[in-house]
Design a protein around this ligand. Sequence first.
Ligand SMILES: Nc1ncnc2c1ncn2[C@@H]1O[C@H](COP(=O)(O)OP(=O)(O)OP(=O)(O)O)[C@@H](O)[C@H]1O
Ligand SMILES: [Mg+2]
Length: 439
Amino acid sequence: MTTVNATTAQRCAIWFGLPTPREQALLAAGGWHLRIAGGDARRQVGMRGEDVVVLVADLRGADAARLATLEALLLEHADLPSIALVDGQGDDAPARARIHAHCGRVLHAPFDPEALGTALADLVARPLRDIDSIGGRSPAMLGVRAMLHRYADVDLPVLITGESGTGKELAAHALHELSRRRERPFVAVNCGAIAPTLVQSELFGHERGAFTGATVRRTGLFESADGGTVFLDEIGDLPLEAQTNLLRVLQEGTLERVGSHRPVRVDVRVLAATHVDLEAAIVQGRFREDLYYRLDVLRLRLPPLRERGDDVDLLARQFLDDFRSRHPVQARGFSAAARQCLRAHAWPGNVRELLNRVRRAAVVAEHALIEPDDLQLGASTARVVALDDHRDRTDRDALLAALHATGGNVSACAQRLRISRMTVYRLCRKHGIAPDTCR
Ligand SMILES: Nc1ncnc2c1ncn2[C@@H]1O[C@H](COP(=O)(O)OP(=O)(O)OP(=O)(O)O)[C@@H](O)[C@H]1O
Ligand SMILES: [Mg+2]
């Protein structure tokens, strides 16, 4: 049985004619490698046996001479699936008719550029993977999706940056799903959520008797992800000692379990995400510079929602439809005023905030159309939420930094932050931090 070699197979669209910039962006976002071709299509694309190839005969605005060239090219590559894009204008009707007949699939202009992507995918018999979970058609998000396709099979680390709630974890997952590692585990670790004293054994495992309480040998997350992908979320929170071991995994492909000096070989791809500025953390001595350069080989920036234009509308609609399909609610859409508010809001919490607001509105709305009040998007609430969100993050960052700097000593931490010890305890509870794990 022959199978597609998922490692290297590409999907290629060879375009005879001139795609618009929007068409180019949409194809790239769908993972298509686009070649704009004249003469010998195969040679121009550098096609290999396993590649999935579709020809696009762009007849829009073609004169008789171009039609003749196109027809010849299509005949030369008669074994490849093809599609014609027509605008119903121009002369040489017989030549056009022959091309239509040859191609089988014909799209009439003006067509929705997305219909083109769907039509192309239909033409190739093999199922192709796309990133359905990541919604958005703004130029910024088409760029992100194109990047995900490009990075997926390059076995190098990717550093994913972006504000809170922009979809960093979703992107990491998509990278894994699109890669040849997809049949193997995807292990996501939130580096900030593991007590610093436990990070080493969580990530790299430990031998029996390595420390008090280590009664059995334990396999770490890296070993359990062998052959797959490890996603290190909030990498800026990784303690320095664990950073050293991570560096070793990246450089040598080996790790040592806690309590052992025997190197264990692991084959994992490392993806990392951060919402903090790692360069600033380097300056403060909290992040290893050499690790940073190892991680920052390929970088993917998730744009904040406010840079995604109409995606806000589109995602709101998508989230509502999705919610409606699973819950019996009155709301079916958004009023004009609500849409206006959605557009005007600054979205400090990005896509997660949008998702939560839409879900909430869907539950509380008493009519078919969601109103600004249901979204809690009055002018004043928007600002309060924005500030609170920001303040929480800043509080947590400052608290963690002070606790780490003082070895988890609450009194010293309180002095440093010029707040009472009680406030330190209160903030720790609020942010789920145990001071004694910051030693
Ligand atoms: N483009 C998108 N389309 C659909 N859903 C999205 C999109 N981006 C993010 N989401 C959803 O928004 C939520 C937040 O996404 P995710 O957890 O990936 O963000 P994040 O950047 O990792 O956030 P944080 O910085 O807080 O960890 C998730 O429920 C995710 O499914
Ligand atoms: Mg996340």
